[in-house]
Design a protein around this ligand. Structure first.
Ligand SMILES: Nc1ncnc2c1ncn2[C@@H]1O[C@H](COP(=O)(O)OP(=O)(O)OP(=O)(O)O)[C@@H](O)[C@H]1O
Ligand SMILES: [Mg+2]
Length: 281
């Protein structure tokens, strides 16, 4: 497995990768096309993303790696239709996002957990189902089973302030999964978990992905996590974020601790070292 460090990268393998089936009529869950973004600062503006193009093929798990401030969260916010690009276009399931994202098909686990402090863990998870037509009893049942999945069955009645940081992020994970979305956006979903829980969550996520054939886009600083989980890795350069590397990962699962996975981790780390960026692990 080699890494292509050119800025305009699409590896041949990535270009010709067949679309794995989620049953979606759209070959790409999300497409970023020449996306650029500036934010206001100190009376002027500064450039956060420059001409970023890549696709998330339907059914794939895609990891976005990049230094702090390179625009990773901004990309997810664009996929969710919460932020509009200044240039280029973001498409979800073949439709431009221009304020039109179908939230019933999208799950979003934000970088901060965004739990409502006055609601219990269970009620924070049911929240994601309250805009739909799911009857109350079923909402509670589904939420409870998702909390069990993330190891928090016994904490359903706890309030966020009674939970540790790692537990709160697991509640947020349960909430993002409870709607059974077609596309799951996850912003550093496992960064606050201890190593053992993180490994368990990795296995769970891959199991859920196998069952549901959904598309997952997750942001991480952790190169090993990207290699263990992703079918495809996109790496951004330091701000303004540009596409530094895109590669397909075809190693069979489970990958944790395998020679090939470790080699790929080493190659990616070398590419990061070459970036000379402020990389936060
Ligand atoms: N709504 C906003 N208004 C102004 N500036 C913003 C806004 N959102 C993000 N930024 C700035 O844009 C840059 C990129 O932010 P973003 O959160 O996308 O980075 P990131 O790659 O997710 O970083 P991290 O790894 O630290 O989470 C940062 O410098 C941030 O301060
Ligand atoms: Mg971020």
């Amino acid at each position: 497995m080699t890494i292509t460090p050119a800025p305009d990268v699409l590896t041949a393998a990535a270009r010709h990768h067949p679309v794995s089936g989620s049953g979606s009529p759209h070959p790409h869950a999300v497409s970023f096309r020449h996306v650029s973004k500036r934010f206001p600062r100190d009376g002027g503006t500064f450039e956060v993303l420059r001409d970023v193009s890549f696709d998330v093929p339907a059914g794939e798990v895609l990891a976005v790696l990049g230094p702090s401030g390179s625009g990773k969260s901004t990309l997810l916010n664009m996929a969710a239709g919460l932020i509009a690009p200044d240039g280029g276009q973001v498409m979800v399931l073949g439709h431009p996002t221009d304020g039109n994202v179908d939230w019933s098909r999208l799950g979003y686990m934000f970088q901060d957990d965004r739990l409502l402090p006055w609601r219990t863990a269970l009620d924070n998870v049911t929240l994601a189902l309250e805009t739909g037509r799911t009857p109350k009893a079923e909402r509670r049942e589904r939420a409870q089973s998702r909390l069990a999945l993330v190891g928090l069955a016994e904490f359903a009645r706890s309030f966020p302030h009674q939970l540790s940081g790692g537990m709160r992020s697991r509640v947020a994970l349960a909430r993002s999964l409870v709607t059974e979305p077609d596309i799951l956006l996850m912003d550093e979903p496992f960064s606050r978990l201890d190593a053992q829980t993180r490994t368990t969550m990795h296995e769970e996520l891959l199991r859920i992905h196998d069952e549901r054939a959904m598309s997952i886009v997750f942001v991480t600083h952790d190169v090993e996590e990207a290699v263990i989980l992703a079918d495809r890795i996109v790496m951004l350069s330091p701000r303004p974020g540009r596409l530094h590397t895109e590669l397909e990962v075809t190693l069979p699962h489970p990958r944790l601790g395998t020679k090939e996975a470790l080699e790929l981790v080493g190659e990616l780390r070398a590419a990061i070292a070459g970036m000379n960026a402020d990389w936060v692990i």
